[in-house]
Design a protein around this ligand. Structure first.
Ligand SMILES: *[C@@H]1O[C@H](CO)[C@@H](O)[C@H](O)[C@H]1NC(C)=O
Ligand SMILES: *[C@@H]1O[C@H](CO)[C@@H](O)[C@H](O)[C@H]1NC(C)=O
Ligand SMILES: *[C@@H]1O[C@H](CO)[C@@H](O)[C@H](O)[C@H]1NC(C)=O
Length: 291
């Protein structure tokens, strides 16, 4: 290796080391309005976003930056009252054909009946890994914290700090894991009354329109995607890459206990239990203990 190459290498590492995780408070700075622009608004000092759905259109936003690994955080207050047929989505996606995706979706309901918190994950185009939960609180009365932790070992879905689901890296069993593509962060509110509420039985009652979902404090404490060079950089176990440290590669016993409480009491669908759907050929990760 020549002197110049060494210098270049040192320079590259210096840049990586000093790259600060993104902490950008303002929706107007960190997001594009990619759908139904006239239906979305940033309010207050820029840290609150309203998405609107009416008979004309839904609406949505997309982060300007892509990320690979880290903590993606959002406070959300869902559509109140009769929200049947509406879906509020909050997810990461790489887009493209063999896309990766990590989902939170909130399926509305008629007044007084529970929302469904729907989760899913795609890796290299393979999805069909849904798990669903009832919230243990009224998600329309106040803002709640929906966070995704994504690192080379596992993905964790958190609600108000309680882990509700973990998806471990099962690449050693030939199951793809999202670690080759950066993902954007998206939020949207749309009409899904062909499937969302009681499997499509409850249609949207437009007399309640416009429907509004509110978002606050979007934070991506995450590794910025700079193209394929980020695949190894973001996975590196270095002090700056806190998400790759051993602490985040496995839930603590306390967190495991919290997750068990949620799953024992509020989980309503698990793809790993749906033998009929998979015709008995269950996905290989379903046979693994999560820990
Ligand atoms: C949201 O939850 C995550 C994960 O538990 C936590 O790290 C973060 O600080 C929380 N954000 C807020 C605003 O409470
Ligand atoms: C809506 O309420 C019905 C009746 O309680 C329930 O079966 C269903 O799971 C709830 N959620 C959705 C999104 O359909
Ligand atoms: C829609 O909601 C209105 C009240 O907002 C109610 O009067 C009407 O009966 C509802 N329509 C249906 C089809 O449930």
């Amino acid at each position: 290796m020549g002197k110049q190459e060494v210098l270049l290498l040192v320079l590259v590492f210096a840049v990586v080391a000093f790259e600060q995780p993104i902490v950008d408070a303002k929706f107007s700075n960190s997001m594009h309005f990619n759908w139904g622009v006239q239906h979305s608004s940033v309010v207050g000092d820029g840290d609150e976003l309203h998405l609107v759905l009416d008979q004309m259109s839904g609406s949505g936003v997309q982060s300007k930056k892509r990320f690979m690994f880290g903590s993606i955080e959002m406070l959300i207050k869902l559509v109140p009252g009769n929200s049947a047929g509406t879906v509020t989505a909050y997810y990461l996606s790489s887009s493209g054909i063999k896309h990766d995706e990590i989902d939170f979706e909130f399926l509305g309901n008629v007044s007084g009946q529970p929302y469904i918190i729907h989760t899913n994950i795609y890796a290299q185009g393979n999805g069909r890994k849904e798990q669903q939960f009832y919230p243990w609180f009224d998600p329309t009365a106040d803002f709640h914290n929906y966070t995704i932790h994504w690192n080379p070992r596992e993905i964790v879905w958190f609600v108000d700090g309680l882990p509700i689901r973990v998806y471990r890296n099962y690449e050693n069993m030939g199951v793809p894991f999202p670690n080759q593509q950066g993902m954007w962060v998206y939020s949207s509110l749309w009409n899904a009354d062909n499937w969302a509420t009681r499997g499509g039985l409850e249609k949207i009652n437009w007399s309640g329109a416009p429907f509004v979902a509110q978002f606050q404090r979007f934070r991506a404490r995450a590794c910025k995607w700079n193209g394929p060079v980020s695949i190894s950089q973001c996975a590196l176990d270095s002090p700056g890459n806190w998400w790759s440290s051993p602490t985040y590669s496995k839930l603590s016993y306390t967190k495991q206990g919290q997750m068990k409480w949620v799953r024992d009491n509020y989980m309503i669908y698990d793809y790993c239990k749906d033998t009929k759907r998979f015709n008995g050929q269950m996905p290989p990760e379903c046979f693994q203990q999560q820990y």
